[in-house]
Design a protein around this ligand. Structure first.
Ligand code: NAG
Ligand code: NAG
Length: 370
């Protein structure tokens, strides 16, 4: 048996030349390797991230208080009925952080993913969080919009980029007081194509019901070892007194992240314990610092796009939980194209996800996106 096959091999190598034969096999190996890497790009990303993530040390520096000052209704200028969550009993509440003028973005969300109330057998609710606009005309329009749609929560602070962290605190406060029914809270920006169905599927695969009741989940696209910006003219400037560390604790990108109910509580406790520096740190960095203080480690998911824009393809968008940089018009268009009759096959999903993640990566490397 060995004799003849050895002769065949030798014959082939002999005919084509030994060097070429070796190159031939090398090419096949590289090709197959690349194909596998493309199909399992998310697994590779998850593995690489787990290598890079800092381990949470035992001591976090601050003692958490035992209770949080209760949220008062007066902190909110506009909000849906106080019984909204009691009635709807959402499993997942998506709180979309929106700026007052972004009416089109809010409408696109209501017309697409935000309009879904029953997903994979779970109740889902989407509300919008805004601050106070400095323009009184915009303020009046918001009151009208709230009356008409009943899905706005307006906190008592000036809505500005520098105040985004106040918006998040206001959002957490509202969820704690008025929506303790929700098992999961998703914080989503208004330019994000969010996919509750993909999130619920992910949660279903990753966590057993019994465990998820108590688990402190802080899920999203994890940014690792980000250094504070020490340039005073930058809009993300953070002084040494505000944050002394060389790098921030790992945190989830603010474009979209998910917190379980116990995580919301613990984060809020930590937020009370930490004195807010001035100027305020970026919203996602602050949440990361609170999580770190509370001893909660972020969980990375390759299905959250974070910064880079992801080119549209149906099977990829069906699988991704969040895609950033989606314009209102595109969101409506993509949503329609994402939901035709046929679901994507396993291979279709893997290929599409691999290709779109690779294209997003190349886009980032070429500096087309932040
Ligand atoms: C943030 O909101 C507070 C409370 O409304 C306000 O006093 C402050 O000027 C705002 N800061 C910025 C930078 O807009
Ligand atoms: C996951 O989905 C299956 C099938 O729909 C369901 O029976 C199960 O209860 C779900 N698990 C969780 C944790 O939601």
């Amino acid at each position: 048996m060995i004799g003849p096959s050895f002769r065949i091999c030798k014959g082939r190598i002999g005919k084509r030349g030994g060097h070429l034969g070796f190159m031939h096999y090398l090419c096949i190996t590289v090709f197959c390797g690349s194909l596998l890497a493309l199909l399992f790009i998310d697994v590779i990303e998850l593995w690489l991230t787990s290598l890079g993530m800092s381990k949470v040390e035992g001591f976090h520096g601050l003692v958490l208080p035992h209770s949080i000052p209760p949220t008062r209704s007066e902190e909110y200028l506009l909000m849906p009925s106080v019984h909204v969550c009691e009635r709807a009993k959402p499993f997942l509440i998506a709180l979309v952080v929106s700026a007052p003028p972004n009416r089109k973005a809010r409408q696109a969300i209501r017309d697409t993913w935000g309009g879904e109330i029953q997903v994979r057998g779970h109740r889902v609710m989407t509300l919008f969080v805004v601050g106070q606009p400095s323009d009184p005309v915009l303020g009046k329009e918001l009151v009208e919009e709230a009356k008409e749609r009943g899905d706005l929560i307006q906190g008592r602070f000036i809505d500005s980029y520098a105040n985004l962290t106040l918006k998040t605190l206001s959002m957490l406060g509202w969820a704690r007081r008025f929506c303790p029914q929700a098992r999961y809270l998703a914080k989503v920006d208004d330019d994000v194509m969010f996919n509750p169905s993909a999130l619920l599927q992910y949660l279903n695969h990753s966590f057993k019901t019994s465990e998820s009741e108590l688990a402190e989940l802080y899920l999203g696209r994890v940014h690792m070892k980000v250094a504070p910006d020490r340039n005073p003219s930058s809009r993300h400037f953070m002084s040494e007194t505000a944050y002394a560390g060389v790098v921030f604790p790992d945190y989830c990108s603010g474009t979209a992240y998910v917190l379980s109910r116990p995580a919301v509580l613990k984060l809020s406790l930590a937020a009370v314990a930490i004195r807010l520096p001035s100027p305020l740190p970026p919203e996602d960095v602050f949440v990361g610092i609170c999580a770190h203080t509370a001893g909660i480690t972020p969980t990375h998911s390759p299905l959250f796009s974070g910064g880079p824009a992801v080119p549209f393809s149906r099977c990829c968008y069906q699988t991704m939980v969040s895609v950033h940089h989606t314009k209102p018009g595109d969101m409506v268009q993509y949503w329609t194209q994402m939901h035709p009759t046929a679901p994507c096959s396993w291979l279709g999903t893997r290929t599409s996800l691999g290709v779109c993640k690779l294209r997003a990566l190349i886009g980032t490397l070429l500096g087309r996106d932040s």
